[in-house]
Design a protein around this ligand. Structure first.
Ligand code: IPE
Ligand code: IPE
Ligand code: MG
Length: 246
């Protein structure tokens, strides 16, 4: 029996976040340049997105490029940006066919003009789709996202639109890039690294974390289903005791 058949579709995580890591090491292991790994990582993205749509996951959020990644060698950064442009361009027909709505979070204004245009035009074209919401975290830093939320809130307080006593968790949530989404219930990281790397820090407060040694270009929908099966075996206690839940 495959992992897909073991999934209880009535208890699917609504939102799954993925840290797609290990492209560079995958390429190096094959004696190729890092870019080769990024290119093959796109195959994994396509497969996982299709798999998510197949079982009816509502939100998938992919860590595609972090704010910290701007510090990589210039050639790698430009290769990733080029890859993004060509991939979004090529995938748009698949998104339309599969009813996928493309979304993005991060400091998008930092992206090269052409990448920004390709992205926003694809977001526009898919905006009426009602299936999977595929969010790309691009030039994304969770701490910067929180800083920007704090600034928004502070300016509302200054203008008298908001009272300090009214600030609560919901106020913060409403000012994050992810305000239109539920929090991820499951966070997957590939490549055997056990860290969060500045991803969705507020939003994963109670997410289940799943780590796999597989490098991202080797990750397929079957691995994604396996993570969901693992997720469904866990008891999410939210601070309560096991007895209280049963
Ligand atoms: C993830 O793979 C892709 C990006 C961060 C853009 P890496 O490029 O980080 O691959 P490793 O971790 O060096 O193997
Ligand atoms: C995290 O991977 C960012 C993305 C997957 C886009 P990194 O490879 O940049 O993370 P660190 O530097 O190893 O923590
Ligand atoms: Mg990495």
């Amino acid at each position: 029996m495959g992992f897909k058949d073991q999934i209880d579709l009535s208890r699917l995580p609504e939102h799954i976040a993925i840290i797609m890591d290990g492209n560079g090491r995958w390429a190096k292991g094959k004696g190729k340049l890092r870019v080769f790994g990024h290119r093959n990582g796109v195959v994994s993205v396509r497969d996982v997105v299709e798999g998510a749509g197949e079982i009816g996951v509502k939100y998938v959020t992919l860590y595609t490029f972090s704010s910290e990644n701007w510090s990589r060698p210039r050639l790698e950064v430009s290769a990733i940006m080029e890859l993004m442009i060509s991939t979004i361009h090529k995938e748009i027909n698949n998104f339309m066919k599969n009813n996928v709505r493309l979304n993005a979070i991060g400091e998008l204004n930092m992206l090269p003009e052409k990448c920004y245009r390709e992205l926003t035009s694809a977001m526009e074209r898919t905006s009426q789709n009602t299936g999977l919401v595929l969010t790309l975290a691009l030039s994304y830093s969770s701490r910067r996202e929180i800083v920007s939320a704090v600034k928004n809130i502070a300016s509302k307080v200054l203008s008298g639109e908001l009272n300090i006593d009214q600030i609560n968790e919901e106020t913060i949530e409403n000012n994050l890039y992810t305000s239109a989404m539920p929090d991820p219930e499951l966070m997957i990281r590939t490549s055997g690294e056990y860290r969060i790397s500045n991803y969705l820090l507020w939003q994963i407060a109670y997410a289940e974390l799943y780590f796999t040694a597989k490098l991202w270009p080797d990750f397929r929908r079957e691995d994604f289903f396996e993570a969901i099966v693992d997720f469904q075996k866990r008891e999410r206690r939210f601070g309560m005791t096991s007895e209280q839940l049963n």
